[in-house]
Design a protein around this ligand. Sequence first.
Ligand code: SAH
Length: 394
Amino acid sequence: MKRVFLKKGREKSLLLRHPWVFSGAIENIQDSIDDGELVGIFDSKKNFLAKGHYSSKSQIALRVFDWDADSLPEDAMIVERLKRAFQFRAKYIDTSLTNCFRICNSEGDFLPGLIVDKYSDTLVIQINSAGMDRVRNIILESLNTLFSPKCVYERGDSDTRLKEGLKKIKGVSLGNYLDRVNVSENSIKFLVDIENGQKTGFFLDQRENRFELTHFSKGASILNCFSYTGGFSLYALKYGADDVLNVDTSPNALDLAKEISDINDIPSGKQNFLEADVFEFLRECKKSGKQFDIVILDPPKFVKNQLELKKGIRGYKDINMLAMQLVRKGGFLFTFSCSGHVDKELFCKIATWSAMDAKRDIRVIKWLGLPLDHPFLASLYESEYLKGLILQVL
Ligand code: SAH
C-alpha cells in the first residue's frame, strides 16, 4: 500500500478521530497515487495513523476508511459495513410500518462519501468521494447481493461530486426504473419521484420530526411552509389536524402532494396547496391578519458556504420573525435549518432575534435533529446539518 506522510503536528485531528485530512496537512506522497486509491497515512515520524482514500482534486485530500492497519481488504470491508449499516436500521426501525429509510450515511456508517437510501425495493445511491467512485462496482455488487433490489438508481447530480473532481451522474445503475415508487413511512403512504424529486426523492431525514408534530396536531389549523410533497401535513392530518395549507414554489412537488393526499384518503377540503414564495406569502398573511395554531418552516439550505453565512442568517431571521407573527398565542412554530454552517447555538440565537423583532415571547419545547438512520461521528459534528426547534409562541 502506498504511503502519505503528514506535516509535523498535523496528525492531531486524526488522533481525535476526525476522519478528514486537508491537502495543506500533507508533507509528501511516496509514489504517484491515483485518485480514490486507498493509502496508508503516517505522521512525520513515520507512525501509522490510518488508511484513507486519496483525492488530488478535493480540499479533503484524505478520507479515513480504516483506523486499523491490519483489517479486512477494502472490498470485504465495504460488504461488511453495508451489512452492519442495514442490520442497525432493521433492528431499530419498525420495517412493517416504514419501508423507506437511509441505509448508509457516509462517515456515520464508516463508508465516507457513500449514501444509500432505500425506497421499498428501489435503492438510490450517491457516490460523493473519489474513493467510493473507484470502488463503484464493488458497491453495486454488494447492494445486489445484500438486498436484491428491483432497481439501483444513482442521483449523483448535485454539485457535491464536482468538488471531488467527479462528473455529475444520474440514471439507473442496476435493474429498471419504471415510475414513481410507492413507500410507507410510519404507515403513511407516499409516492416518491426518484428521477426528478429533490435530494434522493424524499426528505427521509425529517421522519422523526414529522412524527413529533403528531403530538400537537389534534384540532389544529396548520401552515406548512416549504411543504415539498406534504410530509408534515400528512402526519398532522392523520393525527387529527383540522386543516393544512401547503406552500411551496415547486408545482411538481405540489402535484405529487395532491396525489399523496388522495392515496391516503384525506377528505378534500382538509388540505390546500398553494404555489407561492414563502417569504412573500408570509408577508401577505401578516397584512391580512391570518393566524394559525401551528406553523412549520422547513426551508432549503440557505447557507452553502461560509461566505453565505451573513445573508443566510438574515433569511432565517426574516422567515422566523414573519412566521412567529402568524402563530396564535400559545401555538407552536416548528422551525428547521439544514445548513451545516448554522450550528445549534446560532440557530437558537436566530430564534431569539426573530422573537424580539416579532414582539412575541417564545420558549423551547424541544430540540429536533437527525433521525437514527442518519448517524454522524461525534468527531465530525459539522456533519450534523439538520436542526430544528419546537417553539411555543406566547
Ligand atoms: N418539509 C419537506 C421538505 C422541504 S424541502 C418534507 O418534509 O418533505 C424545501 C422545499 O422548499 C422544497 O420543496 C422547495 O421546492 C421549496 N422552496 C424553496 N424555496 C422556496 C421559497 N422561496 N418559497 C416556497 N418554497 C420554496
